[in-house]
Design a protein around this ligand. Structure first.
Ligand SMILES: *[C@@H]1O[C@H](CO)[C@@H](O)[C@H](O)[C@H]1NC(C)=O
Ligand SMILES: *[C@@H]1O[C@H](CO)[C@@H](O)[C@H](O)[C@H]1NC(C)=O
Ligand SMILES: *[C@@H]1O[C@H](CO)[C@@H](O)[C@H](O)[C@H]1NC(C)=O
Length: 211
């Protein structure tokens, strides 16, 4: 019986240690490569670890150099380099890959510094193993869209597909996080809860039956 119990524990631990279940989130649309307004995003103090990106501006690290910097809400943005990479930059089928990010500077250098990161495919999303940058303002880019301009709106509140809404006031909500984003976070929380409230008692029951 102890054997079975240990085995099930091992499965649980493995599941929780999977980087796909990370609780570290990066949630900041200002990191979009389309954002050319400098707003002081800095990853100097970013805690090393696996991160999931949640943003209606997009959740992928851009793969083209933001030439001249001053993008992604920072002075010197880091982007995903395809140098020395054969095949696809992003992993498939639950795989993890090692990749290099490059820092783009205001002087036009696209890779004056590199930071090695890891990317894991989690099916519907990716997680990124990130280390802190050195010095402000320097940060990782994520996404390539922007909030809808004043007076326009879309289902996410972000480009593309912003349309003129006749309802006055809707444009003012654009800074608030769109419902779709809340939904995806709630959904994650629900899944985790189901995992512990449904699966664990079932296992205990199984163990006590067999034992
Ligand atoms: C690619 O590999 C070369 C030679 O090993 C190295 O000097 C360069 O920094 C690498 N570039 C990137 C972006 O990793
Ligand atoms: C990827 O990086 C990790 C951590 O730095 C290292 O342990 C691993 O060997 C690397 N894998 C490959 C294929 O280079
Ligand atoms: C949206 O439509 C209204 C009424 O048709 C118009 O007055 C307004 O200028 C439009 N706003 C934008 C941002 O296009």
């Amino acid at each position: 019986m102890i054997c079975i119990f240990l085995f099930l524990c091992l499965i649980t631990v493995t599941k929780l240690e999977d980087p796909c279940f990370t609780t570290k989130l990066i949630d900041d649309w200002r990191r979009s490569v389309a954002n050319a307004a400098i707003t002081g995003v800095c990853d100097n103090f970013l805690e090393e670890g696996w991160y999931r990106v949640i943003s209606c501006a997009g959740e992928l690290m851009p793969t083209e150099c933001p030439i001249g910097g001053y993008r992604c809400g920072t002075t010197s943005p880091f982007w995903l380099s395809s140098n020395n990479v054969t095949g696809s930059l992003y992993p498939h089928n639950g795989n993890t890959v090692n990749r290099t990010t490059c820092r783009a500077t205001f002087s036009g250098n696209c890779c004056d510094q590199t930071i090695d990161i890891r990317i894991k495919d989690c099916g519907c999303y990716y997680v990124y193993y990130l280390k802190h940058t050195t010095g402000c303002y320097s940060a990782y880019c994520f996404g390539d869209q922007l909030p809808c301009p004043d007076g326009l709106t879309s289902s996410t509140g972000f480009t593309p597909g912003c349309v003129n809404s006749s309802c006055s006031g809707i444009g003012k909500l654009k800074e608030a996080r769109p419902i779709r984003c809340y939904w995806s976070i709630l959904n994650e929380k629900r899944k985790k809860k189901e995992f512990s409230t449904f699966c664990l008692p079932l296992w205990y029951l199984l163990v006590s039956l067999i034992g």
